[in-house]
Structures are given as C-alpha cells and as structure tokens.
Design a protein around this ligand. Structure first.
Ligand code: M6R
Length: 588
C-alpha cells in the first residue's frame, strides 16, 4: 500500500542530551503531523523508539546521547502504527532513516532489493532508503557516498535524515521537501523547519533541492548529482525564541490571533520602491492570477476585490490545485502572484513551475524565509508575520490581506495613504480582539452543540465568509459554509430552521442588501449574529469592529477566529492540532 508523508524531521549532533533536544524539537515540529513519532539515537548501538499517536513522553533511557534523528508523521495512506512510524531501519538494523515526502518508484526499488535478499517490515515507501544505503555500503562506499548513490535512484519529493551505527555523522538531503541546517556552538542541526532548533541557534543554512548535508564537526553541503562540495551562505534568523513558545497563552492559536496587530503592522512595512516596482509589473500585465490554497486562496479572493475596487485592475483568484485550466492563457505578459504562509504547499509550487515554463512572471507573497517558493519567484514580498505554529492560519491571513491591499494601493499611486489605512486596521484589530474575546467565549457556549453554521457576506465580505467558515470547521468540526449574501436563497436556505446560526458580515457598501439577506434567514428562525461597524437591532448577537475604510476586511475576521477557537475548547478539542490536518501540505 502506498504511504505518503507530510511530516517533521530533525537531526542533532552535539556534546550530549541528544534525545532530549530531538524530543523537544519534535514537539515544536508537531504542527507538521501528529499521527506517530519516533527517535533513533546513536549511542552504544542504534537505539530506536517508535510510537503511534501524538508525541507523548520521552523514556529516561532516551534522554542522553550525542547524535540522533527524530520524526513526527502525517500519513495519508497506510496504518498509523508502530511499524509504519519512523525511523525506518535497514535489514541489518545499522542504518536509520527519517523521511518527509514520497518515493514514487518505491515498488520498483523494493523489487530490486528483494531480488538481493532484502525483506520489508513496514508498508512505507521510506523503508527502501535505509536498505539501499546498506546495499551501497556493502559495495565499499563511504556513508555519504552510499546515501548519495541511493538518492540518485529515488524518484519523487523528499527530505531525509540518516544515521549509521557508530559513524558519528548525520546525512540529510532535500529534493522538493523543506530542510534547513542550524549551526550552534559545537552543536549542529537539520530540521524541516527552523522552530525545531530555535532555542539553540538562529544561524541557519537553507538547503536547495538536490543537496546533501553532512553534520560532523561542522556542516558541509554537497551536490547530489556531482558529489562536489557547495559553499553555502550562513544566514541569521531574526525570529525570537518567545515566538515559538506559547508564553502565557493556553494555545498557539490564541497567541497567534493576539499577535495580529503586530503582524499586520509588520506586513505593511515594505520597501515602497520595491512595492512600486512589483505593483508596476502587475499593472502592465495582460493577465494576472492570484493563486493559493485554503486560507491563502481566500486572501487571493480578497485581492480580486481589492485590485478592482481600489486600483480598477481586474485580477483573477484561482485555487492552485485548479490552475491547470489557465496554463494555456499564460505568456511572458502574464503575472502569477503565488500566496502562501509556508512557501512549501505542493499544489502551489507545481503551479509556479508550470507558469515559469510559460515564461510568466512570478511574484510570491510568503511568510517562511528560505522556503521553496521565494527561490522560484522573480519577486518576493515577505509577510514578516513570524513563525505560525498553530495548524490554522490566523495571523498569516491578516498579514496576507495587508500585503494585497498595499499592492492595490501602490498600483494606483496611493501607497502612503494605504499604509496609514492598514496601520489603522492594525489598531482596530487590537481593539476588536479586546472587545470581542469575552463575547466570542460566551457565544461559543451557546453554539457548541449546533450542527451547522452559515456565514454570509457581500462584496469584499464574501471572502471573509469563506474564510470564517473554514476556521470554524477545521478547528471545531462543526459544519460551516460561507456564501455570497444573495446565494443562500438559491438553495441552502432550505437548511435554515429555528435556531440555526447565521453570521452576517455587515459592510457599509452593502448594508441594505445584506440586511435583507439577514432578514430572510431570520424570518425562517435563524439565530442571527452580526459583525460590522454599525450595530443593528435585527441581530441576536453583534460584534462591533471599528471602521478602517478599505481595510475593514482585516479586523472583521477576528471575531470568527475567536469564536472558532472557543468552539474548539467547548468541544474539548485541541485547537493547535485539529484531526487529520498538518500545517504544510507537501503532498498532492
Ligand atoms: O502554507 P500555505 O499558506 O500555502 O497553506 C495553505 C493551506 O494549506 C492553509 O491555508 C490551510 O488551509 C490552513 N489549515 C487554514 O487554516
């Protein structure tokens, strides 16, 4: 059976406490997947720990050591059990490998290995890797060369870390899945993401595709294809340790919702000259596509409204997974704006690859520095939101909205004014959090047993309804749907009966029409919740958000984010790790 992975990996070499450091790092990577986890420590021999379920506690015997690797898994196929958890071992149990990605030709490789007497204990594609390494070591190759020769046989996307009993080194490699190395004081790391080792060092080396990294008494990088050493730049990250800790907050979700005023401000601090240049590229293009997935796609839909309303430029929002139908219309006069928190979402990366082949210009809006997307782009705007650990996008969404608005304002020569409006939105966001938090908590108690929640909005509040619905369903598991205000009565109004909650986003531009739509559902018994600048008597509950002109879409999502958070708590769910989800979706 095929097993796909979207996981977190870490490797550490240092003077001691390897098990503890890897375990703590895995906990910071758990947002990438939490079906099972495991560690391989290279101490007297190779010690292996593998457990199904979320990361539990670390047995005392695994705290020490000076070298090891760890993994936290998100599986799409194949059982969540101890034998499918990583690390996966070679037949001689001397090589352990952790892996993120998919080996497309693993059946073929299994056949090859079986014909040489190898057997397999798991359903994973990963297990071929340690066995191929064992095979090549037997040919007399060094550990690094055996790994390299193995990588040359693999088709597909991967990031791996491998240890060989007694070797004193860790070998990592990437091809399409993220991997970054960290340089501490006599301590060396590799991981899927920087927060894994952030308490230890902020000096990092971002690996590119088809590169191997060797952790010994230093970090060395080599080409998978030629085997030659590659000199890499060491970069210093400006994220703080506090940003990857919960601090006084019960969950990352609440912490990140609360960080939004700061994140919005930071997103708006872009170099005006670069913005003008990028806005110019968009302005001159024959056709412009804003592309993303999930929440990032909702930000793209907001861009459609913002560009048309603010700058009079028509742009199109498209789901990355559905972009194929537009490929034919791309040329060197097209622009694709790729929007992503992680910069690693596979559907988006594939869109960008295809658009590049058509010579379209690629502009990316991204949060994670060193991720794949900026490296594939002609221009990149960093959102500067800091690490977002909760699986749900909250602060990255409002930061994306800030960047979209800023681009639209820059395009029509109103960049400075736009920046002031967004700053005002950041202030209003702070006020909205303060004011709506207690009301959202109270409302969650009332709504926690409901089956459905509907959200409606017109104009630029339509994408807010889409995003609000996604927040509610992914964290509380209550069915929620967002609609353009007038659409409910084209079918879904059949589901409205006494007590069904409907959230209506009231905007100054669409006040009359959305009030009519709200009245239509109220007449059928809906429990009506309003979000807007002006309170109205028709609502059973109302969240007031301060006015901030064209940027009102920023604070308006906050009451729903808070409601979603408290709904999860009422339903005794973990808001940071909703079931079946992972932070970065690196499989198709
Ligand atoms: O990292 P990206 O922004 O590319 O991720 C896109 C989606 O996977 C992401 O927004 C997802 O929908 C979140 N769970 C939403 O909260």
């Amino acid at each position: 059976m095929l097993v796909l992975w979207m996981c977190g990996i870490i490797g550490f070499k240092g003077k001691g406490n390897a098990g503890k450091i890897i375990f703590e790092g895995l906990k910071r990577l758990e947002y990438r997947g939490y079906d099972s986890w495991g560690i391989a420590l290279n101490s007297a021999g190779l010690e292996i720990l593998r457990k199904p379920g979320k990361i539990g506690s670390l047995p005392a015997a695994f705290e020490g050591g000076s070298l090891g690797i760890g993994h936290t898994r998100w599986a799409t196929h194949g059982g969540v059990n101890e034998k499918n958890a990583h690390p996966q071992l070679s037949n001689n149990r001397k090589i352990a490998v952790v892996h993120n990605g998919i080996i497309e030709n693993f059946l073929e490789l299994k056949k090859f290995l079986s014909s040489h007497g190898f057997s397999f204990a798991s359903e994973t594609d990963t297990e071929v890797i340690p066995n191929l390494i064992q095979f090549h070591l037997a040919e007399g190759l060094s550990f690094r060369e055996a790994v390299r020769k193995t990588l040359l046989q693999l088709d597909g996307y991967y990031a791996i870390a491998a240890v060989l009993e007694g070797s004193g080194t860790i070998i990592g490699a990437r091809n399409g899945s993220p991997l970054v190395a960290g340089l501490g004081r006599n301590e060396f790391f590799i991981a899927s993401d920087i927060p894994a080792f952030m308490p230890h060092t902020r000096k990092v080396v971002f690996l590119d595709d088809r590169e191997i990294v060797e952790l010994d008494d230093s970090i060395k990088v080599f080409s998978v294809d030629s085997g030659l050493e590659i000199k890499k730049k060491v970069q210093r990250m400006h994220w703080s340790i506090e940003q990857v800790k919960k601090g006084n907050f019960a969950h990352f979700m609440l912490k990140e919702i609360s960080e939004q005023p700061d994140a919005i401000e930071k997103a708006a601090m872009q170099d005006p000259a670069r913005l003008k240049k990028i806005a110019g590229i968009i302005g001159k293009a024959d056709n412009v596509f804003f592309v993303g997935c999930g929440t990032s796609y909702h930000a793209c839909v907001s861009a459609e409204y913002a560009f048309s309303e603010i700058a009079g430029k028509s742009v199109k929002a498209v789901l990355a997974s559905e972009f194929a139908r537009h490929i034919k219309s791309l040329s060197e006069k097209s622009v694709v704006v790729a929007v992503s928190q992680s910069g690693e979402t596979i559907d988006l990366l594939e869109t960008v690859r295809a658009a590049k082949e058509k010579k379209a210009k690629i502009v990316s809006v991204v949060n994670v520095a060193g991720s794949s997307l900026p490296r594939m782009s002609d221009e990149t705007i960093m959102m500067n939101s800091g690490p977002e650990i909760c699986v749900l996008s909250t602060k990255s969404y409002t930061a994306q909205l800030a960047v979209m608005l800023l681009l639209a304002f820059s395009l029509c020569g109103r960049a400075a004014e736009g920046r002031c409006i967004i700053r005002k939105a950041a202030e209003k966001a702070a006020e909205t959090i303060r004011k709506s938090l207690p009301a959202a908590k109270k409302l969650a108690k009332k709504l926690s047993k409901k089956q459905d929640i509907f959200l409606i909005g017109r104009g630029n509040a339509f994408p807010s309804a889409l995003e609000g619905a996604l927040k509610i369903k992914e964290v509380s598991y209550i069915h929620a749907e967002g609609f353009a205000g007038a659409e409910l009565k084209h079918g879904t109004i059949a589901l409205i009966e006494k007590g069904v909650p409907v959230i209506a986003f009231m905007t100054s531009e669409s006040e009359k029409q959305i009030t009519s739509n709200a009245m239509e559902v109220k007449a059928r018994g809906a429990f009506l919740i309003g979000i807007g600048e002006k309170k109205s008597e028709i609502f059973d509950e109302f969240f007031e958000i301060g006015g901030c002109d064209e940027a009102a879409l920023i604070p308006r999502i906050i009451p729903v984010q808070l409601l979603a958070y408290y709904l999860a708590l009422e339903r005794r769910l973990d808001p940071d790790k909703p079931r079946n989800l992972a932070k970065s979706v690196t499989v198709k």
